[in-house]
Write a protein that binds this ligand. Sequence first.
Ligand code: GRG
Ligand code: ZN
Length: 350
Amino acid sequence: MGDELELAADKHVRYIVTVEKKKDSFESLVMEHIRLNGAYWGLTTLDLLHKLHAVEASEVVDWIMSCYHPESGGFGGNVGHDPHVLYTLSAVQVLCLFDRFDVLDVDKVADCILFQILNYVYAALVAIDSKTLDYQCPNDRGQCYVAGLQNEDGSFSGDIWGEIDTRFSYIALCTLSLLHRLHKIDVQKAVDFIVSCKNLDGGFGAMPGGESHAGQIFCCVGALAIAGSLHHIDRDLLGWWLCERQCRDGGLNGRPEKLADVCYSWWVLSSLIMIDRVHWIDKEKLTKFILNCQDKENGGISDRPDNAVDIYHTYFGVAGLSLMEYPGVKPMDPAYALPLDVVNRIFLRK
Ligand code: GRG
Ligand code: ZN
């Protein structure tokens, strides 16, 4: 073939920078409601490739803050969209990349996570018994919603509508840890809920009894790592389930009988690293699978070979290569999903 299989880093940088400018493209349209997530995927990829300076930091930070809701402390997925923890984590992560916590009212954002939860509990109480409308929170900061920071069972909801999912447990722990505000929640109860989502196969689901899925496993392992509670995991059992995700084509899938997909390079590999079993994967075959998903002409990475590229899989492809120590790509922290130097800056400064 004579066609070198290597990372087309410059092409990917150009793809990320231009996708942002093409406001009328198909990708921009389908990303409209999750633009803050897209910003995190694109900017983290640029940083991993040592090209964060390709964007104007102050413009990005201004736009991030235009998605902020000062009344609740949360961020929406785009300007004028309702706040949700999914976008609040992305906003905090992007501000970490640019080292710009100075624009945040950190306590307000930290409380937002809790505020969402209390709203849910409050709505449930109202539905059950109108007398509970008199409920007063006993916290010492005079902000009523802080008392309801978590659901009684330690779980987290995503927003005022109350959906519960281990994704939100991870997001709460990750966001609050980055903001140095983990003490605002009951970490032990959060851990207990995650442990209650563990299955007999060693994996984790979205809720107690939910099917094991690599994405949820990342969330639960990441949350337990942040909480310093990885001892709840049977590393050999979970490691076995995770390494069985590698398919004949070298790529990883998210659960048995499914097709390989580049994004699982992140969900599976990061989990394996956190439980110290990453050597159970054939890295060479996985690296080839990811590199074969590149659009070498126009940049970008797709979910599997010959499919259309998108920003999400471009990020997860480069992040997967980072976890496999691919040359020229910055190392990444498997729990915080940020470049290691960024995470070190946050925690060493403290
Ligand atoms: C900071 C990296 C980071 C994440 C934030 C949102 C979140 C926390 C985690 C999401 C975890 C998750 C559930 C990922 C899975 C995403 C995915 C590819 C779902 C597709 O599932 P199916 O069942 O596809 O539609 P398969 O691959 O099983 O056919
Ligand atoms: Zn995918």
